[in-house]
Ligand binder design. Structure first.
Ligand code: NI
Length: 192
């Protein structure tokens, strides 16, 4: 098992945009992939979710720390894997905080469902069918998006909703809108 390199946008755009293939047969290789994803995510202080394509593996496997209140919540639960996750129902779409390990320091407000029913295979190899609510639903939706090559910048409606976050002298996060950093930027520049 190993900490793997996380692919970054836009450098690894092609890999991050590619669609991932179903696992179908949960085997030792799947377990190794799950362990690599967990180790890689745990190596990143601000990570609460990671999808296999972000380490260059185009298989439908994601890791999520459920129970987080938001991206800054490091009290979230231990990471758990969702294999071949499929959204059966989604509801309660609202704007919420979003960020991604493939976009270091970039955050935004995206519209995502806050209610999801998801089926798939759990990390013990057994099928699951579970309801996710609140930020758990947002997080799982973000990670499943990765499996289809969809990135959080695709769900940003306005540049005003996209910002960099810096830590001030007291370690408090400060938001600076991206339009203040790069005044000429357009949304299409981001997502292309
Ligand atoms: Ni992400």
């Amino acid at each position: 098992m190993a900490v793997r390199e996380i692919l970054l946008y836009p450098k690894d755009r092609t890999a991050l945009r590619a669609k991932s293939h179903p696992i179908h047969n949960f085997n030792r290789q799947t377990k190794h992939l799950i362990e690599d994803l967990k180790e890689t995510m745990l190596a990143h202080y601000d990570g609460i979710g990671l999808a296999a394509p972000q380490i260059g593996v185009h298989s439908r496997v994601v890791i999520v720390c459920l129970g987080a209140r938001n991206e800054w919540d490091h009290e979230a639960g231990t990471p758990t894997a969702l294999v071949d996750p499929e959204i059966i129902e989604s509801d309660d779409e609202r704007k919420d905080f979003d960020g991604c390990l493939s976009f270091p320091g970039l955050y935004g407000e995206t519209i995502r469902p806050h209610y999801l029913r998801v089926t798939g295979i759990a990390e013990d190899g057994k099928p699951f069918d579970r309801i996710l609510a609140g930020f758990d639903a947002v997080l799982v939706h973000h990670e499943i998006d990765h499996l289809d090559g969809i990135l959080f910048i695709d769900r940003i409606e306005s540049l005003d909703d996209l910002y960099r976050v810096y830590m001030d002298g007291n370690g408090k996060p400060v938001r600076v809108p991206i339009s203040e950093i790069v005044p000429t930027i357009r949304l299409t520049d981001m997502a292309e």
